[in-house]
Design a protein. Structure first.
Length: 266
């Protein structure tokens, strides 16, 4: 049986998603709790990594249980029982929002067809305490018209190599399609929501950081647009801090039912 989880977490409590020795990560914390329930270690697979400090509202995770494990679990083999069991042992900064059984072919990472991220900004002299480590605090000059203008240029298909941090290995292609980049404003609060077919390492933070640098008057707009058009690594790129970023949702295509298994018309 393969289980699919929708997971939310406050990223300030963890050193990112990916398992790491000697530090607390989301993956390790979840795997510890699953191991307690199952009686042995089970590997969890996430839809992708998140950096230390990055939050998630809709991270997707899956893991698989063998027939022997299901037999030992008894009634705990029922997916609906996992929601309460997991949340009873997880820290309050990490919650499983939904549990469901999924297809054997499903993979949290490789089956994903796109993602939505949101980046929150607060533009005012004082940051409310409840937004500490939840939004990027900006003060002073900030041209919001420039933010909207540059956000529009990001939409479409581009080579985002200039907005990709070097993690030691690059994917075969750095071309990605951004379906939309929406800017929403409410008083001092601004949020940039970006939806795309895939994202490179720290890509959203580098897009937001570059836009903000221009909006603050620290760089000309044509530098940002040239960086977007160049399709190559960029010297000294700006990058927004991690705590303002949220993984909102992971998209999956509806699974196609093989023709041989489709129900025949009467």
């Amino acid at each position: 049986m393969k289980l699919r989880l929708q997971v939310a977490y406050d990223g300030t409590a963890f050193r990112g998603w990916q398992s790491q020795r000697g530090v607390e990560t989301v993956q390790d914390t979840l795997e510890d709790v699953v191991a307690t329930i199952v009686g042995e270690r089970v590997t969890l697979h996430g839809s992708g990594r998140t950096d230390a400090g990055v939050h998630a509202l809709g991270q997707t995770v899956h893991f698989e249980l063998s027939q022997d494990q299901l037999a030992r679990l008894g009634r705990m083999s029922e997916p609906e029982r996992w929601l309460a069991a997991l949340n009873a042992s997880l820290p309050p900064q990490l919650r499983v929002m939904k549990v469901s059984r999924t297809a054997e072919s499903f993979h949290a990472r490789f089956s994903a067809s796109g993602k939505i991220y949101r980046y929150d900004l607060w533009h005012a002299p004082v940051l409310p305490p409840h937004l500490h480590q939840k939004a990027w605090h900006l003060y002073g000059a900030l041209d919001r018209a420039v933010i909207r203008q540059l956000a529009a240029t990001v939409e479409g298909t581009h080579d985002f190599r200039g907005f990709c941090a070097d993690s030691g290995s690059l994917p075969e292609s750095t071309i990605r399609t951004i379906h939309r980049l929406t800017v929403r404003e409410r008083g001092p609060s601004l949020s940039l929501t970006v939806e795309g077919d895939g994202f490179l390492y720290r890509m959203v933070r580098m897009i937001v950081g570059g836009i903000v640098r221009v909006a603050q008057g620290k760089e000309d707009a044509d530098v940002f647009t040239r960086r977007l058009a160049a399709g190559k690594a960029w010297p000294n790129p700006a990058m927004a801090p991690a705590p303002g970023l949220y993984l909102v949702k992971v998209h999956y295509r509806k699974r196609e039912i093989p023709f041989s298994k489709r129900r025949k018309s009467p």
